[in-house]
Design a protein. Structure first.
Length: 335
């Protein structure tokens, strides 16, 4: 059995930063993740995607951010159970918890922090009849390696941040990009929308609004995308080597849904005082939780993790006076 101070379910960016904040309070952490390596979505889905809203980093690749978080956590020697799903959680006699993974490995701690992002993800797929025929043959639901598109003709479909960000990033990588969106207004950040508009005005990409991909064509691999433009009867065929329908991912809570926590749809309800769930001692931080005004941003998860570990400390040491110390004064080794 693994024994620690905080069991962290989810080894994504928020879970990793929790190790650092807990370490400053001399609390030990052990992380559990179904993926075979730390990093969560950032490592598994878009390691090369640039992130623009991490303080102090005008731009940082998702994979680079994870590497930095691992280095930040390293002095506090976290434990990892990777490639295993947390399937059950039970209370112990002393108000602690035992979390068991699918292999039967048990983890014991007085605190549990659920930092599982949005759970298990599946891509939202467009309703194109022969979609499955071209999967891994020119059709990709996420970008893992931007270099795979160097010098290629791309059709990207979507109106959110993912479609906009990858259009901007791949504009200097691909031979040509056509961005499709079935509406005239985009859901992404206004700055990204403006930059995409500027690229289109400069003739560096083709932007088709009120349009959507309805057919795919090719022999062994994708060769063209059939596009229906509102108000036009004829189908427009765009030659393409790759089609990227970036409509986001559909989350599922998985076993967490059966742990007796108060839920709101696919999220865990928490108290914003310390991000504790309806079960004392179990916290939820990052995209997995919900509360009034919730923003699903990594930096918000960092804030939630910081407050959560303060509460976890007090559960372990109720009689100790916790005094905030600044890392600028004490450094990391001074804690």
């Amino acid at each position: 059995m693994v024994e620690t101070d905080i069991i962290i379910i989810g080894a994504g960016p928020v879970g990793l930063f929790t190790v650092f904040e807990a370490g400053l309070l001399k609390l030990r952490c052990h992380l559990i993740d179904v993926l075979p390596q730390p990093g969560g979505q950032l490592t598994e889905i878009y390691p090369k995607k640039p992130i623009y809203d991490i303080p102090g980093f005008p731009e940082v690749l998702a994979g680079e951010l994870i590497n930095n978080l691992m280095k930040q956590a390293e002095p506090f020697k976290p434990g990892f159970t990777l490639g295993e799903k947390a399937v059950s959680i039970e209370k112990t006699d002393n108000n602690g918890f035992i979390v068991t993974t699918e292999s039967g490995l048990q983890h014991k701690a007085p605190n549990v922090a659920i930092a599982g992002g949005l759970g298990v993800f599946e891509p939202r797929k467009p309703p194109i009849p022969n979609l499955a025929q071209f999967e891994r043959k020119g059709l990709d639901y996420m970008v893992k390696d931007p270099e795979a598109y160097r010098g290629k003709r791309l059709v990207i479909s979507g109106g959110g941040d993912s479609a906009l960000d990858w259009t901007l990033f791949l504009a200097d990588v691909a031979e040509h990009i056509t961005l499709l969106h079935r509406r005239t207004e985009f859901r992404g950040h206004l700055d990204s929308v403006q930059k995409v508009m500027d690229l289109a005005a400069a003739g560096k990409i083709d932007l088709l609004t009120q349009s959507e991909a309805v057919e795919l064509n090719g022999q062994n691999t994708l060769e063209a995308v059939g596009v229906r433009i509102q108000g036009q009867d004829d189908l427009n065929w765009i030659e393409a080597d790759h089609f990227l329908p970036l409509f986001g991912l559909s989350p599922k809570l998985g076993p967490i849904a059966d742990w007796g926590l108060a839920l709101d749809k696919n999220a865990i309800e928490v108290d914003t005082f310390d991000y504790q769930t309806s079960v004392p001692g179990i916290y939820a931080i990052g995209d997995i939780n919900t509360y009034p005004g919730k923003l699903k941003l990594i930096l918000c998860g960092f804030h939630e993790a910081t407050l959560m570990v303060q509460s976890a400390f007090k559960r372990i040491y109720p009689d100790k006076n916790l005094v905030l110390k600044y890392t600028t004064v004490n450094g990391v080794n001074g804690f």
